[in-house]
Design a protein around this ligand. Structure first.
Ligand SMILES: [Zn+2]
Length: 469
């Protein structure tokens, strides 16, 4: 049982203007108020700080931490060729472990207390084990989405589709079935992309989730399968507890289908804008009653910074709205999308999308103590922004995060991760990066072109007008 902690004299986001206290007991928020008397509690002086719920990252391939930044200038086509069919083939279980551990620490350091890890690097059963162990070790709250995607690397560990489905069931039994209710890390299912396998196989993957009452996630509505939501609906497979990712090419009707089915939406503005996936669907989703949530997606491309994602989602959506008015020959007189909207995308809407809104995503008595304390001392806070949510969305940087708690356990304190040997982690991540760089070069020389044609060729050719070498 975690200790009693009193966060004293901070500005509670969503609470009163005056400084207030927040008491944590048994991993939960026990009280919020002024002058809380808790003489035996560990006191954290929060004077001058914002006290806010931790962020919820609803889509990240955390296994790509070891190849940080390699995709800086890549399109989606290049990403698929060079990472999904290149680097991925060189991953060992230890690469998955250090990527997951270091990536989860990076998330915690940046104020992300819950992460949805879309783990589609399962070359072997040991790769799957390594992913879960990395999340467990970091102490982050997480949903480990078991990815069925068949990494095209030899030798194959799974003989066929049936063997893979059998392993997923075995994996749940061995790793998750006995975890207590409220365990920090739980399991979900990440479907193979709709264009890569027969619909019957998609149904098998979904059945694993439904049989064990697990949440589902999948990449949807991308250029190679723009109508995947509709096709899933036609197949009778669309349903609740499905977290649909991207959906840039989905129609308004399809976005409505997601809302009507009880599904949820994760957008990842930075990858979508860079890689040619299309405009983030924020405006269109809101118009049909579907609240977007935010995902980092990949640090193989850019930073693990939720503040950056909030700003990119906000200003892209505003630009789209503004342009409609400008195109009509008028100046926009007001702005509809507010900072509060994207703040909710990154907190309570994210929590709701993964079924945890009664537990996390906002600060209230009885909820899990997944909390960040944010300093406002740097020159970029002189003077302080009056509205704390405007400050969190538009001014705060990850380096301002002083304290991070997950279920009342201190993961960052005084600006430093607790119980982490940063240099040792960095060295192990670098060794992994070096191995993967060598493996990537080998894969490109030997098999990259072959596997591209075998696994993705026809779909990519259709999506790109044949421009796949
Ligand atoms: Zn993704």
């Amino acid at each position: 049982m975690s200790q009693r902690i009193l966060l004293k004299g901070g500005r509670i986001v969503g609470g009163p203007h005056e400084p207030a206290d927040l008491l944590i007991e048994g991993g939960r928020i026990a009280a919020i108020g002024t002058a809380i008397d808790a003489a035996d509690a560990r006191v954290v002086d929060a004077a001058g700080m914002l006290i806010a719920p931790g962020f919820v990252d609803t889509h990240r391939h955390i296994w790509q931490t070891s190849i940080r930044g390699v995709a800086a200038d890549w399109s989606l086509v290049e990403y698929i060729r060079f990472i999904r069919l290149g680097y991925a083939t060189a991953y060992r279980p230890e690469d998955v472990w250090i990527s997951t551990y270091a990536g989860a620490l990076e998330a915690l350091d940046a104020g992300i207390t819950t992460i949805c890890d879309f783990c589609h690097i399962m070359r072997t059963p040991e790769h799957a084990d390594a992913g879960v162990e990395g999340l467990d070790r970091a102490g982050i709250r997480g949903q480990f989405y078991y990815g069925f995607y068949d990494v095209p690397a030899e030798p194959r560990s799974f003989a066929d589709h049936d063997a893979r489905v059998a392993h997923a069931r075995h994996f749940f039994d061995g790793r998750f079935r006995s975890r207590p209710a409220g365990a920090l890390v739980t399991m979900g299912i990440a479907l193979t992309e709709f264009n890569l396998i027969p619909v019957a196989h998609t149904a098998d993957e979904i059945a694993v989730a439904r049989d064990f009452d697990l949440p589902l996630t999948m990449h949807m509505g991308t250029l190679s399968t723009p109508d995947s939501v509709g096709r899933l609906h036609e197949a009778g497979l669309l349903g609740p507890r499905m977290l649909h990712v991207h959906c840039n090419a989905s129609s308004d009707d399809e976005l409505k289908m997601i809302a009507d089915s009880g599904g949820a939406l994760s957008i990842t503005p930075e990858t979508e804008l860079q890689m040619g996936m299309g405009i983030p669907v924020t405006n269109r989703a809101l118009a049909v009653g579907l609240r977007p949530t935010l995902g980092i997606d990949i640090v193989s491309d850019y930073s693990g910074d939720m503040f950056a994602q909030m700003r990119m989602a906000l200003q892209t959506a505003r630009a789209i709205d503004n342009q409609k008015t400008l195109d009509a020959g008028r100046m926009p007189s007001t702005i509809d999308l507010k900072v509060r909207d994207v703040y909710d995308f990154a907190t309570i809407d994210g929590a709701r999308a993964i079924g945890l809104d009664s537990q996390i995503g906002s600060l209230a008595t009885g909820k899990q103590a997944d909390i960040i304390l944010v300093r406002q001392e740097g020159i970029h806070h002189a003077p302080r922004t009056p509205d704390p949510i405007a400050s969190l969305v538009l001014q705060v940087r990850p380096s301002d995060i002083d304290t991070v708690l997950v279920a009342g356990e201190m993961r960052k304190s005084g600006g430093r991760l607790v119980g982490v040997d940063i240099e040792a982690v960095r060295q192990r991540a670098q060794a992994s990066a070096d191995h993967l760089a060598a493996g990537f070069a080998e894969a490109m020389n030997k098999t990259g072109q072959t596997t591209t044609r075998a696994s993705y060729g026809s779909e990519l050719a259709r999506a790109t007008g044949g421009d796949v070498k």
